[in-house]
Design a protein around this ligand. Structure first.
Ligand SMILES: Cc1cc2nc3c(=O)[nH]c(=O)nc-3n(C[C@H](O)[C@H](O)[C@H](O)COP(=O)(O)O)c2cc1C
Length: 173
């Protein structure tokens, strides 16, 4: 098992998967548990996770995601949706507009790191038709899908892409 720094450094997007190699249930549960371990505003966990494994639904999701075929090829797709109404019960507009999105996003980020730690690979997909994804997943009207994570065993090595230099993005005061 890698330590935290190795896990973060090793994570990179993978867009080709061994489609016929299923993701073990225990790994999937471990990933979902790590998502739930993420911080959330007021500890409300104002998000919902849809686990998609059916081939037909994955194909439809890929279509809804600007025809990004790797979404269909990944044996599992996790869809993270914000729950603005849940956050608004305590935090009003700020909860609905900001916290719920942050809750869902942080949970997805934790899941993406857990994916690496379990020897799997993923890509974060943000380019999708929100309304179509809601229909496909039969999501409650209040939920807002914010991120799709395609997950599976990699069929490519991919590469670590360079980052902006810290000096460019960090200011010290
Ligand atoms: C908000 C967000 C939206 C993204 N949407 C897509 C997408 O629709 N399709 C895709 O192939 N990759 C998508 N990505 C993955 C990025 O392209 C990728 O993380 C970035 O190029 C850095 O590469 P790395 O993940 O290998 O470090 C998205 C990432 C984020 C954080």
């Amino acid at each position: 098992m890698w330590d935290f720094f190795e896990t973060v450094r090793h994570r990179h997007s993978i867009r080709r998967y061994q489609s016929d190699l299923p993701v073990e249930e225990e790994k999937l549960n471990a990933i979902l548990e790590m998502a739930c371990a993420a911080p959330s505003a007021g500890d409300l966990q104002a998000y919902h996770v849809s686990v998609v494994r059916g081939r037909k639904l994955r194909r439809e999701l890929a279509q809804a995601a600007s025809r990004q075929q790797f979404v269909a090829e990944a044996p599992v797709v996790l869809v993270f949706s914000a729950d603005p109404v849940r956050s608004a019960t305590r935090f009003g507009e700020r909860g609905a507009n900001i916290y719920a999105l942050q809750d869902a996003t942080i949970a997805a980020a934790y899941a993406q790191l857990a994916v690496v730690a379990t020897g799997l690979a993923s890509t974060w997909v943000g380019d999708f038709d929100e309304q179509r994804v809601k229909e496909l997943l039969e999501l409650d009207a209040d939920l807002v899908p914010v991120s799709l994570l395609s997950i599976g065993y990699p069929a490519e090595t991919g590469e670590l892409s360079p980052r902006r230099h810290l000096d460019e993005m960090v200011s010290w005061r």
